[in-house]
Design a protein around this ligand. Structure first.
Ligand SMILES: Nc1ncnc2c1ncn2[C@@H]1O[C@H](COP(=O)(O)OP(=O)(O)OP(=O)(O)O)[C@@H](O)[C@H]1O
Ligand SMILES: [Mg+2]
Length: 236
């Protein structure tokens, strides 16, 4: 049985020489729901972008048993649904429907199945009424929800979300928490929303300055005031 995510000794520097990941190792088992927290600039988004090969560092990254390398990228991207921090990086089609249909169409699914996937993904984020709208004219929170739908429609084995509640209003945030709670797949969720982390994600990985500085049960780490404070997190 393979891990959903297996990262071994991953290091990465941006082209300007800034080291963003320093010897990161992390294993996530199927069905685990894991939070990735830490201050701005800790390297959370950089780590996430390695999970489907958008960035390639030194070290080994394997998802669902597939090494993340050129020849596997198609399968890797079907297995790992990645929602970017900025929804403008995710939405590029003329309409919401086309954006949400893009993944299933690319997978070669028949039109009726694509339609079913789109309808169900839009319903999951409560955006059924938006199918014919123009994606890039939506509000930030609306875009965020559509970006999540573009990944749900692929029915991935692993869901990776970068700041999913940022910019959502309280009702949309609550809806998203309920949605994620009911999804069975493996999840890695980067967030500054510690209330959401506590409610939804039983395991917590803390990053700071490109390193993993703690990894354990959320309930335990949340009690460690010194640890939280040292890494810019607030006890709640
Ligand atoms: N394209 C880039 N070129 C150079 N440096 C970058 C680039 N993108 C990010 N960095 C740097 O890499 C480090 C890690 O950034 P990253 O976006 O991964 O942090 P983060 O933990 O996701 O932060 P946030 O909580 O603000 O989303 C930061 O110091 C950032 O300035
Ligand atoms: Mg980030």
């Amino acid at each position: 049985m393979h891990h959903s995510i297996e990262i071994e000794h991953l290091s990465f520097s941006y082209p300007d020489g800034h080291p963003a990941l320093r010897d990161v190792s992390l294993r996530i088992a199927p069905g685990e729901k894991v939070a990735l927290v830490g201050p701005n600039g800790a390297g959370k988004s950089t780590l996430i972008l390695h999970l489907n090969g958008i960035l390639r560092g030194e070290g080994r990254v394997t998802v669902c048993g597939l090494p993340v390398e050129e020849k596997n990228l198609g399968r890797v991207r079907a297995a790992v649904g990645l929602v970017f921090q900025n929804p403008d990086d995710q939405l590029f089609s003329p309409t919401v429907f086309d954006d949400v249909a893009f993944g299933p169409l690319y997978q070669g699914l028949p039109p009726a199945e694509v339609e079913r996937r789109v309808t169900s993904a839009l319903a999951a984020v409560k955006m059924e009424a938006y199918a014919r709208r123009v994606s890039h004219h939506l509000s930030v929170g609306e875009k965020k929800r559509i970006a999540i739908a573009t990944v749900l429609s692929m029915e991935p084995e692993v869901l990776v979300l970068d700041e999913p509640t940022a910019g959502l209003d309280p009702r949309a945030r609550r809806g998203l928490i309920h949605l994620l709670r009911d999804l069975p797949m493996t999840m890695l969720v980067s967030s500054h929303d510690l209330a959401m982390v506590r409610e939804l994600l039983p395991r917590m990985v803390i990053m700071d300055e490109g390193r993993i500085v703690a990894d354990g049960p959320t309930a335990e780490l949340m009690k460690d005031e010194q640890l939280l404070e040292a890494h810019g997190l607030e006890k709640m």
